[in-house]
Design a protein around this ligand. Sequence first.
Ligand code: HEC
Ligand code: HEC
Length: 168
Amino acid sequence: MRAASLCAACLLALAAFSTAAVSTVAVSTAAAQEAGAGLAHMRGAEPIGDRTEPPMMARTEDGAERRVRNYPEQPPTIPHEIEGYQLDLKANKCLSCHARRRTGESGAPMVSVTHYMDRDGQFLAAVSPRRYFCTQCHVPQQDARPPVENTFVDVDDLLSAAGGDADE
Ligand code: HEC
Ligand code: HEC
């Protein structure tokens, strides 16, 4: 008898908990919908059982200008194709152009000095293991239309809007 009444209390608590959980989900869905301006999911209005038309493959930019960074610590984007470049434990194609001793013949910018530092700020002779897998941070660019608009504002624009000093 006692056990049964305890259980009823549990159930009540559970019910209250799940109502709270559901409303949290509802709130975050609303926020996501606002950011996506009506975008429900990648399938669009296509019913779940139907096959959707995949978007055209976008072309990767190659031979492009070096892109302005959005903030000083941003890993610069890759302005050239990297298709087929080997990047594993055995070989690093990127370093064949971007390593300090290769930049003379390749004309590529040298990897940043931070890439020679270990986590304690000590400079090593070779690129630090934590900077070895370049595509962890640097990515090539495609002319693709993102389904959700990016509302990023450059800090210089924020500062000049506020009447402060910008970078230039
Ligand atoms: C054949 C030589 C070569 C190889 C291999 C190569 N790059 Fe480059 N990379 C260049 C050159 C040259 C530039 C400069 C392009 C320019 O100034 O327009 C460049 C530019 C870049 C930049 C832009 C730097 C900046 O300051 O904006 C990044 C990042 C980069 N490469 C990363 C990589 C990564 C990662 C790989 C391997 C997946 C790689 N590169 C392989 C020659 C190469
Ligand atoms: C953990 C992230 C990370 C990895 C891995 C990494 N980078 Fe970077 N890279 C950055 C950041 C952040 C910057 C810009 C700030 C700085 O200089 O540290 C940068 C800057 C650069 C630059 C511009 C240098 C300049 O002075 O204009 C080049 C070129 C570059 N990286 C190439 C590479 C290559 C090639 C590899 C692989 C061997 C690599 N990076 C691995 C984060 C990374």
